[in-house]
Design a protein around this ligand. Structure first.
Ligand code: NDP
Length: 277
């Protein structure tokens, strides 16, 4: 495991890179094109977008403008809350595919567990998978109770659960549950949007390896078996965030970082989200 092309196998055998590029809040137009162009040049092979980010068209353009083969890039997108339900999800998926200008996506996710809707949404997503239009399917922001509820009814188990995950919100029980169920965890806002990159524990550990706090966090994710998708529009930070495969945290250091947990989120708790219902 020594590069951005290092992958993990999902339960259906599809491989996904351990580190990808998140593109939330990257503007449609020149910014998204430049951001993805530099990331691909550095070696990123996974891009995480969503209908909600309103930059799927730019993601598609950037992929076409690169000299890479479509099958060498792993593209994730997500169905937004107001598009959930069986029929709406099928429509939303087609819209995303059209905007991306692709024939298929690599991973399609339910963005948030909209109460009373996500099971119907999942049925549509299973159908999309069975038609070969998404190579893998999964959920996002699902807590254990959502997963238990969904798993009771599925034909196809989600392959991924993408949740807020960084040292201040170390969701250990959820991680253990996903591991038991063979559902791959993926960390969103892995850097907590840069909010505590001056943390003394992270800096101290980083000093030993000549790594930054961001690199220490992303390495901690990797050693926990969690995929991360840090976002940066800046090439030097994209480079930094990718450079985590040449050092290893000790068990003691992992424990110290686990100890930074404060149950503190940068985003909404899935059970407190305003779903507009
Ligand atoms: P991140 O934790 O990835 O942090 C991004 C912020 O940190 C940006 O402001 C970036 O600024 C800055 N940054 C990036 N790298 C560094 C670095 N090495 N040193 C210092 N600052 C840095 O936050 P996101 O919320 O963007 O999460 C990542 C991705 O996760 C999203 O882009 C999206 O794809 C996904 N996501 C999914 C959600 C879901 O509900 N499923 C919710 C939220 C995010 P700059 O760009 O200027 O470098």
């Amino acid at each position: 495991m020594s590069s951005l092309s290092a992958t993990v196998k999902l339960h259906n055998g599809v491989e996904i890179p351990w580190v990808g590029l998140g593109v939330y809040k990257v503007e449609e137009g020149q910014q998204i094109e430049d951001t993805i162009a530099s990331a691909l040049k550095i070696g990123y092979r996974s891009i995480d977008t969503a209908a909600f980010y309103q930059n799927e068209e730019g993601v598609g353009r950037a992929i076409r403008n690169s000299n890479l083969n479509r099958e060498d890039i792993f593209v994730t997108t997500k169905v937004w809350n107001t598009d959930q339900g069986y029929e709406n999800t099928l429509k939303a998926f087609d819209k995303s595919l059209k905007k991306l200008g692709l024939d298929y996506v690599d991973l399609y996710l339910i963005h948030w567990p909209v109460p009373g809707k996500y099971k119907e949404t999942w049925k549509a997503i299973e159908e999309i998978y069975e038609k070969g239009k998404a190579r893998a399917i999964g959920v996002s922001n699902f807590q254990i109770h959502h997963l238990e509820d969904l798993l009771a009814d599925v034909n196809i188990k989600p392959m991924v659960n993408q949740v807020e995950f960084h040292p201040q919100i170390f969701q250990k029980d959820l991680l253990d549950f996903c591991k038991q169920q063979n559902i791959q965890m993926e960390a969103w806002s892995p850097l907590a949007r840069g909010q505590y990159l001056d943390d003394p524990t992270l800096l101290e550990i980083g000093k030993k390896y000549n790594k930054t706090a961001a690199q220490v966090i992303l390495r901690w994710d990797y050693q926990h078996g969690v995929i991360s998708i840090p976002k940066s529009t800046k090439p030097h930070r994209q480079d930094e965030n990718a450079d985590i495969f040449d050092f290893s945290l000790t068990d003691e250091e992992m424990e110290k970082i686990n100890g930074l947990h404060q149950n503190k989120r940068t985003g909404k708790h899935p059970d407190e989200m305003d779903y507009g219902l």
